[in-house]
Design a protein around this ligand. Structure first.
Ligand code: PMV
Length: 322
């Protein structure tokens, strides 16, 4: 009763921010992302009759009560579908800093549900697995697939689709790591504060619908200029609605802002590149195929950037051992 899975973080080009139904973790907006390669979460799950509770080890240390509870809640959703599973020992490792705006919850829960699924009798179908991953972290289902992925709102739930395979448009990503500390306000708390206090929340929801359509078109056309306009717009709108919450949420540091201006300057001079930023200070530069060398070198020179991580587009979550 043991399996190992790997999953990669994804970064949203059209952002998810806000929940329509917090009790089901149903997003208020659809989102479009790219799955990365270099960064990896590897998770081993073992169900054992002798265990009297779930045990989570993260990066070689016993996990905090908060993280352990989230993992147990995810396992409970799987146990609801297949009663009699028992408790689990979960050993997870990230090749990158946890909870610092590098989408560790996405790869964490994608790896977790992917490792558990082959141990279920019978395994869950793709849609049900994606729904469980979404309930654990809204961005996690997107890491189940590789390449360009959309999590669309449909009916009373969400539908996961691949828009393009990673080989069909091999964009490159440079992550300028500004801080390795965990972010001060997690995304769930930040989204709820935004929904309940930001005067721009309704405008944000409306922007998202237009952005999703424009991004789908830009991706199908492999048009990086068009994708740059939508993705930077969606990112800035997400941060704007969050900054207008009371008290306002400012996830950026000074190097984030310097990096943003640098990316725009590089683009103005002809490099196909645009930025995006999630709920943390890291700046992610998305580059056209073969264009990341100059971007990586330029971002490494921004004062306060502590590391530059380079990625290509990655595969979806998969089982790597039994
Ligand atoms: O899945 P969560 O709850 O960590 O939320 C992710 C939110 C953003 O990363 C800021 C945007 C996104 O769509 O990934």
């Amino acid at each position: 009763m043991e399996a190992v899975a790997v999953a990669h973080p994804n970064i949203a080009l059209v952002k998810y921010w806000g929940k329509a139904d917090p009790s089901r973790n149903l997003p208020a907006v659809g989102s479009i992302s790219i799955t990365l390669d270099t960064l990896t979460t590897t998770t081993r799950v073992r169900f054992g009759r002798e265990l009297d509770g779930d045990i989570l080890t993260l990066d070689g240390e016993p996990a905090s009560a908060e993280r352990s509870d989230r993992v147990s809640a995810c396992l409970d959703l799987l146990r609801e579908r297949r009663p009699g599973l028992g408790h689990a020992e979960v050993v997870s490792r990230n090749s990158f800093p946890t909870a610092a705006g590098l989408a560790s919850s996405a790869s964490a829960f994608a790896a977790l549900v992917t490792a558990v699924n082959p141990l279920l009798e019978p395994p869950l179908g793709d849609a049900e697995l994606a729904e469980i991953a979404r309930r654990c972290s809204g961005s996690a289902p997107r890491s189940l697939l590789g390449g360009f992925v959309e999590l669309a709102l449909e009916g009373d739930g969400t539908v996961l689709r691949r828009l393009l395979d990673r080989r069909e448009w091999p964009l490159e990503v440079v992550i300028a790591v500004v801080s390795r500390d965990a972010k001060p306000v997690g995304s769930t708390a930040g989204m709820e504060l935004t929904r309940t206090t930001s005067p721009y929340y309704e405008a944000w929801l409306a922007t998202s619908t237009t952005d999703l359509a424009a991004a789908r078109w830009a991706i199908a056309a492999r048009d990086i200029e068009a994708l740059a306009a939508v993705a930077e717009g969606s990112c800035l709108a997400m941060h704007a609605v969050a900054m207008a919450a009371r008290p306002g949420l400012v996830y950026w540091g000074a190097p984030t802002v310097d990096g943003l201006h640098l990316v725009r300057e590089l683009r103005r001079r002809g490099t196909p590149v645009f930025f995006t930023i999630d709920a943390g200070p890291q700046l992610k530069a998305v580059c056209g195929p073969g264009s990341s060398d100059a971007v990586a070198a330029a971002l490494a020179g921004v004062p306060g950037v502590v590391e530059v991580v380079r990625c290509g587009l990655g595969e979806g979550a998969r089982v790597v051992g039994r």
